[in-house]
Design a binder for this molecule. Structure first.
Ligand code: FES
Length: 90
């Protein structure tokens, strides 16, 4: 406890083209809705080396790809939240 889990959101140019500037506020909203702001630190990252599969998020060792402004809620529920839970359990 105490340590925040870092969630890295790719802000590289390829992911930017895909709409990361729209994914960011959606993610912030989802974190608020799930009361996760105290536990998660959302950080911008440079290219996460998965441009072909963007938009990319990294939680610990887990890389989550294929995010877009339309599917971010589903991705959050199915992939991002479980990855965050895994990380918080060590
Ligand atoms: S710009 Fe996002 S993975 Fe390369």
């Amino acid at each position: 406890m105490g340590e925040k889990i870092a969630l890295h959101l790719c802000m590289g140019s390829a992911c930017y083209q895909l709409g990361v500037h729209r994914v960011l506020p959606a993610l912030q909203k989802l974190m608020q809705d799930h009361c996760l702001e105290a536990e998660i630190e959302l950080k911008g990252a440079f290219c996460l080396d998965n441009c072909m599969h963007g938009i990319v998020i990294k939680v610990g060792e887990k890389t989550i790809t294929g995010i877009n402004p339309e599917n971010v809620e589903i991705k959050f529920a199915r992939e991002i939240l479980p990855a965050l839970k895994n990380n918080s359990q060590g």
